[in-house]
Unconditional design. Structure first.
Length: 383
């Protein structure tokens, strides 16, 4: 159990809106409990990503409570309800229905596109705002639901950015594509493929796997015979790690491995077993890197102090999503989703990850993107 630290000055941006709306202190009897649902995989191969996501919500909740935020004249006490969706669509919709039935005040989730997309309909039916910190498939915001929002760039930005790097800067002409057949992996791989083709890159092979596989030797052997400059993998680090190892084992030590935010984690180094081919990985992530932004670096230090060794990738976006929900509640003077939801479309918040404002579709306006590589096992931004 960690005692919340005093609120640091560098994070004061998150509460600029609160100062205007904070009335005189409310009595304890008048306290308002605000429950933020967190939906991510807390078990299985992606549990490290899910825990990191939930930790981002927890850190925001602790800092909101330390600040003493008031909503509609009542002191708010924020709590997290963290649920395991197993990165499984059926489990994800069950979690969404549970949040609706429990009448939580807002949801940060789901982490995966495959769970976020079917859950979005359920949240729409019960008018419950849900802000995904990480699901990047464009279909999420193409449904027309007015309750779903995205905190980062979508696959159209990430996949296209990597294809542009391959063609324009690295001058690659032959690339293979593999995806894990999930909504996320298939979506980002397809954007990369289409953009790469438009830029004159030849797609020499297109292969498929699953998000449970660990042996890619047959796929990689087939691809090796096509002599690619690079492989794009649409999926997460739990498959990319073994894939990096097997590239080394097959002597494919000159082939770059590209991927989106799903493989762009600190844990990839561990999952790759220290293979030298880790140095060939190039990945894309929404937002600005800690080593390029003092604000992100300061926030990450606070996170590491509370959750040492658990940082992966999505916690800053989950933190910002929680702050966005809280700011909308304060501005509306209510934690009732039916009342504060409209304020989400008026969001203008200097977050950790971005200057946060939403398009009418729920997409983030003007999302930033950073490319990364791995140097001596550490993820570093490409300057």
């Amino acid at each position: 159990m960690h005692t919340p630290a005093p609120f640091p000055p560098a994070a004061a941006f998150a509460f600029a809106a609160f100062a205007t709306f904070a009335p005189l202190p409310a009595s304890a009897a008048d306290a308002l409990t605000v429950t933020i649902g967190s939906a991510s995989p807390l078990s299985g191969a992606q549990a490290h990503l899910g825990r990191d996501t939930a930790n981002g919500v927890r850190l925001a909740v602790d800092e909101l409570n330390a600040k003493g935020v008031t909503i509609g004249g009542r002191k708010a006490h924020f709590v997290i309800a963290a649920e395991d969706d197993g990165a499984d669509p059926r489990q994800g919709t069950a979690v969404a229905q549970k949040f609706c039935d429990a009448k939580v005040n807002g949801v940060v989730g789901h982490m995966n596109s495959g769970t976020a997309i079917p859950a979005a309909r359920i949240y729409s039916d019960c008018d419950l705002p849900n802000l995904t910190p990480s699901a990047t498939n464009p279909k999420l915001t193409q449904s027309g639901y007015k309750t779903s929002f995205r905190m980062m760039a979508n696959d159209n930005e990430l996949g296209a950015g990597l294809a542009a790097l391959a063609a324009d800067k690295l001058k690659f002409t032959r690339v293979a594509v593999i995806d894990d057949r999930t909504a996320y992996g298939q979506g980002v791989a397809e954007v990369f493929r289409k953009t790469a083709l438009a830029k004159g890159i030849q797609i020499v092979a297109q292969e498929y796997t699953t998000d449970k596989a660990t042996d890619f030797s047959a796929i990689l052997t087939t691809i090796r015979g096509k002599s690619p400059d690079a492989i794009f993998y649409g999926g997460t680090d739990s498959q990319a790690g073994p894939m990096v190892r097997q590239l080394a084992q097959l002597g494919m030590d000159k082939v770059k491995l590209f991927g989106g935010d799903g493989i762009c984690t600190s844990k990839l180094a561990e999952l790759s077993g220290g293979a030298p081919t880790l140095a060939n990985v190039v990945c894309a992530e929404s937002g600005t890197a800690a080593d390029l932004s003092p604000k992100v670096a300061e926030w990450k230090k606070r996170y590491e102090e509370k959750y040492p060794g658990e940082f992966q990738i999505y916690s800053p976006y989950a933190y910002d999503a929680t702050m966005v929900l809280a700011a909308a509640m304060v501005k509306a003077g209510s934690a009732d989703p039916a009342v504060y939801a409209r304020e989400l479309f008026n969001t203008h918040l200097d977050g950790i990850t971005a200057r946060i404002a939403f398009e009418p579709s729920g997409e983030l306006k003007n999302p930033a993107m950073t490319l990364y590589r791995f140097d001596a096992g550490k993820k570093v931004a490409l300057k």
